[in-house]
Write a protein that binds this ligand. Structure first.
Ligand SMILES: Cc1ncc(COP(=O)(O)O)c(C=O)c1O
Length: 417
C-alpha cells in the first residue's frame, strides 16, 4: 500500500526529489497542504475576522484532538511555533535561582543546549553535562543519568525522546521516573515523538513535554505542542511575553485557574496559525488514508531497519544499535566507510564534520535532489536515514551511493579545509 505509488498519489515533492530526511523538516500530504493554503487564504481575506472570531475555535478544537492523541487533559496543551520555542518557553519562564543546576546529555539538540548555556551566562545557572558514547544499552543510560541526578541534585533535566543526530531513541519513560525519584523537574524534548511513538502523558506524568507536529505528524511547519503539568501552569509564560501575561502570584477563580495556561497561549502575537488549523486534516489523513498509527509506524520502523541493515551490508560497516534493538525507530543510523585520513581529520577537531557537511550537503541537495545528514560520533562517521510512508529501499540506495560518491570526489578538498 505504501511506497512510491503512495508518494505519487498523496505527496507533492518536486520532480526527482528523493526524500530520505523527513526527520529534519517533515513532509506534508497534498490534501493537508491544500488545507494549509485555504487557511492562509481565509486569514488574508479578512484577518480581523479570521484571527478574532475563527482562531479561538480552531485552537480549541486542535488542542482537544492533540490532547486525545497524547492522552492528556486539553487544559495542559498549548501550541508554539516549534520545538526550540517550546523549550525556550519553559526554560526562560521557570523561576530558576542563581546556582540552580540543569542537567542535559552532550548529544542534546544544539539550539536547546544553547538555551541552557544562555541561562548559564545570564542567570548563573550551572550546566551539568552527561556524556553518552553510543551505542549504549538503555540500562546504562538510565544508570548514568541516575548517578548524575543523585550526585549533582539538579533542579531540572532536559532529555530527548529521540536524539536528533545520531537519530537514537532514549529510554525517556524511565528517565522521567528517575527525575520523579530525585525530585528533579523533567523537560522532555520530544521534537521527534508525536507520530512515531504512542504518547501517554497521563501515565508518564512529566513536568514538561513538547513535540513537533511538523516533523512526523504531517502538519505544515510552525507547529509544536507543549504539555505543562498543572502544578506549573502559573510559572509558564508565553515566549514572547505578551498581552496575556499574568504574574505567577495572581490568584484566579477555580474555574479560570483550570484554563490559566491555555488562556495565556490563545493569542500572543501576530503570526500565521495556519499550521495549527491543519492538525485535524493531518490526523484524518493518518486515520483514513494511511489506515492508522500502527500501519504507518509498522511500515516506517521496518523500512528504517531494513534500509540500515541493507546499506551497512553493502558498505561492510555497522548499524548504530544496541543488543536489545531499542535505538532505531523511524530513523536509523549507518556507519560510513572512511579511510584513515578522513577518520583522522574528523577526530582532529569537532568542527571538521561541519566542513565535510558544508562541502557535500549543497551538492547533494542541488545536483542530486536528496540529503543524508551526517555526524561524527564516538569515533565513527554516521549517516541518518528517515523512513516515511512514501519511501522504498531504493531511496536509501540512491542517497547512500550519492553520499559515498561525493565523499570520494571531494575528499582532497575537504581535507585541505
Ligand atoms: C531533538 C530535537 N529538539 C529540537 C529540535 C528543534 O526543532 P525546531 O527546529 O522545530 O525548533 C529538533 C529538530 O530537529 C530536534 O531534533
Amino acid at each position: 500500500m505504501f511506497g512510491h505509488k503512495f508518494k505519487d498519489e498523496h505527496f507533492s515533492f518536486g520532480k526527482n526529489v528523493v526524500q530520505v530526511n523527513n526527520g529534519s523538516f517533515g513532509s506534508v500530504p497534498t490534501t493537508v497542504l491544500q488545507k494549509y493554503k485555504e487557511a492562509i487564504d481565509l486569514d488574508h481575506e479578512f484577518s480581523d475576522r479570521y484571527l478574532l472570531t475563527e482562531l479561538p475555535g480552531v485552537i480549541k478544537n486542535a488542542a482537544a484532538q492533540v490532547a486525545e492523541f497524547v492522552n492528556s487533559d486539553a487544559n495542559n496543551i498549548v501550541f508554539t511555533l516549534n520545538a526550540t520555542t517550546s523549550v525556550n518557553t519553559v526554560l526562560r519562564s521557570y523561576p530558576f535561582a542563581k546556582g540552580d543546576k540543569i542537567a542535559m546529555f552532550d548529544i542534546a539538540y544544539g539550539a536547546c543546549a544553547n538555551t541552557i548555556r544562555f541561562l548559564s551566562n545570564r542567570q548563573g545557572i550551572e550546566v551539568v553535562t552527561i556524556e553518552l558514547k553510543l551505542p549504549l544499552e538503555d540500562d546504562e543510560i538510565v544508570e548514568k543519568f541516575e548517578a548524575t541526578l543523585k550526585e549533582e541534585k539538579p533542579k531540572l533535566a532536559l532529555f530527548d525522546v529521540i536524539v536528533s543526530m545520531p537519530g537514537v531513541r532514549l529510554p525517556f519513560e524511565r528517565l522521567i521516573e528517575v527525575c520523579r525519584k530525585y525530585n528533579v523537574l523533567s523537560l522532555v524534548d520530544g521534537a521527534h515523538a508525536i507520530g512515531i511513538i504512542p504518547l501517554d502523558l497521563k501515565k508518564w506524568r512529566p513536568d514538561f513535554f513538547l513535540s513537533n507536529l511538523h516533523k512526523w505528524l504531517y502538519v505544515p511547519k510552525g507547529c509544536s505542542f507543549l504539555y505543562v503539568d498543572p502544578k506549573h501552569h502559573r510559572n509558564i509564560h508565553t515566549f514572547p511575553v505578551s498581552h496575556s501575561y499574568l504574574d505567577d502570584e495572581e490568584v484566579l477563580s477555580e474555574e479560570l485557574e483550570r484554563t490559566r495556561l491555555v488562556d495565556r497561549f490563545a493569542f500572543y502575537g501576530t503570526f500565521s496559525y495556519a499550521g495549527i488549523d491543519c492538525i485535524p486534516a493531518a490526523l484524518e489523513f493518518r486515520k483514513t488514508v494511511c489506515g492508522g498509527e500502527e500501519k504507518i509506524n509498522g511500515y516506517c520502523f521496518e523500512l528504517a531497519k531494513d534500509a540500515a541493515n541493507h546499506i551497512a551490508k553493502q558498505w561492510n560497516t555497522s548499524v548504530l544499535e544496541n543488543a536489545k534493538g531499542t535505538i532505531s525507530t523511524t530513523m536509523s543510523n549507518v556507519e560510513v566507510p572512511i579511510n584513515d585520513q578522513v577518520l583522522q581529520f574528523l577526530k582532529n577537531d569537532k568542527k571538521n564534520i561541519v566542513k565535510l557537511r558544508k562541502t557535500i550537503d549543497p551538492i547533494m541537495l542541488k545536483e542530486y535532489s536528496t540529503l543524508l545528514p551526517s555526524i561524527f560520533h564516538n569515533g565513527k562517521l554516521w549517516v541518518r536515514f528517515s523512513a516515511q510512508v512514501y519511501n522504498e529501499l531504493s531511496d536509501y540506495e540512491y542517497a547512500s551511493d550519492t553520499f559515498l560518491k561525493l565523499l570520494g570526489e571531494n575528499e582532497a578538498r575537504i581535507l585541505s579545509l
